[in-house]
Design a protein around this ligand. Structure first.
Ligand SMILES: Cc1ncc(COP(=O)(O)O)c(C=O)c1O
Length: 395
């Protein structure tokens, strides 16, 4: 038989997607399932963004666009980075429009990872962060981010993971699945560490607008960090635009030159009417206000879960308030079952879709990811079912 690319033997199918497929099948069979597994906003894309896309289509923006992305959107992204993150990126040379945040991450990693390079990825972390490095023949080294330290790596863990082959640090704060993010002081220390060892920092900031306390700092805004940082951004979560597939990479010009070659030779360009709509979303004050309204809705649901958790006072499901993103990482370690087992049983017995924490790494074992990117009713119903299920367990 012809040989396949062996790298794929090291990668599992996405457990979030697999869970979504199972839920669809159960729903089709008539089960009343509450799906709290997907990281996809339940809000509609703001109607004015749809109008901008329709108009662009009617105006003929239906042909190839520049592989770098339209200058209009790169300028809008540059202005946003300046306005919201206090970082300056030249729209001509330091920005590239991508097919969503996942593609920005792909191009970032393609641009800097050589086969055999070691890539430091916190554990737990979104599976793609590791999978992509593996696909590119990098070696992933997981850096524990234990619950006991607020899902943030102890600083010594970075030092311990370092070898002469380390090339990249991957960050994702606010974090999927834990909602944790790093303080400015921590980021400064990490930048000093990266500078001392000549490392790239690939920072996935797709949840930057979803926070419930102080606004998170972009690592690129830390003194000295920008020259080694590759920023991954997306419209998916901030503007409820997951299906539009648009995001951007901000990085030093020589990185963007590589990313441009990778993009050109894989997708050619992002659809121009999508880029028109994205530029509109970044610049229109009403759309930005709608995005803020969504953030406040997530904050309200977060409070709802915390209120129910205080009301029920379970010692079997420990609930830590997430600082950002739109997930709770429920601690069910006391049940002494694997996350997969708990997830399966909750789905079968009380009809709630979740993602096993182990899908995000060994540190996630015993945890379950529950999204609040679902209606208030579903969040409340789903969470109450989970709590009742755990309470009724004999352990
Ligand atoms: C941490 C993280 N990064 C990137 C993405 C990808 O988002 P996009 O839809 O922009 O590709 C996701 C999606 O769930 C995510 O959780």
């Amino acid at each position: 038989m012809n040989e396949l690319n062996v790298q794929f033997e090291k990668i599992r199918q996405s457990q979030t997607v697999a869970m979504g497929d199972r839920i669809m099948a159960l729903k089709a069979a008539g089960r009343a399932i509450v799906g709290l597994q997907m990281g996809d906003p339940d809000f509609a894309t703001p109607p004015a963004v749809l109008d901008a896309a329709f108009k662009a289509m009617q105006d003929g923006f239906t042909h190839y666009a520049p592989s770098r992305g339209t200058l209009e959107l790169r300028r809008a992204a540059s202005a946003k980075l300046q306005r919201d993150n206090s970082v300056s990126y030249d729209p001509e040379t330091e920005l590239l429009i991508t097919h969503g945040g996942i593609h920005a991450y792909y191009l970032a990693m393609q641009s800097v990872v050589n086969p055999g390079d070691e890539v430091l990825v916190p554990d737990p972390s979104w599976a793609t962060h590791s999978n992509m490095a593996i696909m590119l023949r990098g070696n992933v080294v997981r850096v524990p981010a234990p619950a006991e330290n607020g899902f943030i790596p102890y600083f010594e863990s970075w030092e311990k993971a370092l070898t002469s082959k380390t090339r990249v640090i991957v960050l994702n704060y606010p974090c999927n699945p834990t909602g944790a993010y790093l303080t400015r002081e921590y980021l400064q220390k990490l930048q000093d560490f990266a500078a001392a060892h000549n490392l790239w920092i690939v920072s996935d900031e797709v949840y930057e607008n979803l926070y419930y306390g102080e606004k998170p700092t972009s690592v690129a805004a830390i003194e000295g960090a920008q020259e080694r940082t590759l920023l991954v951004h997306s419209f998916s979560k901030t503007f409820a635009m997951t299906g539009w597939r648009v995001g951007y990479l901000a990085a030093p010009a020589r990185v963007i030159e590589n990313a441009l070659k990778a993009g050109q030779n894989s997708i050619t360009c992002v659809a121009p009417f999508v880029q028109k709509a994205a530029a509109f979303a970044l610049t229109d004050p009403d759309v930005r206000q709608t995005s803020e309204t969504m953030r406040l809705a997530y904050a309200r649901r977060r409070e709802l879960v915390l209120r129910i958790s205080h009301e029920l006072e379970s010692d079997k499901v420990l609930v830590t308030p997430p600082m950002g993103a739109f997930y709770f990482f429920l601690d069910m370690r006391l049940l002494k079952m694997t996350s997969v087992e708990i997830c399966e049983r909750i789905l079968e017995e009380v009809g709630v879709g979740l993602v096993p924490g182990s899908a995000f790494g060994a540190q996630g074992e015993g945890f379950l990811r529950m999204t609040i990117a679902a209606s208030d009713e579903d969040v409340e119903e789903g969470f109450r079912r989970i709590m009742a299920w755990a309470e009724n367990l004999k352990i």
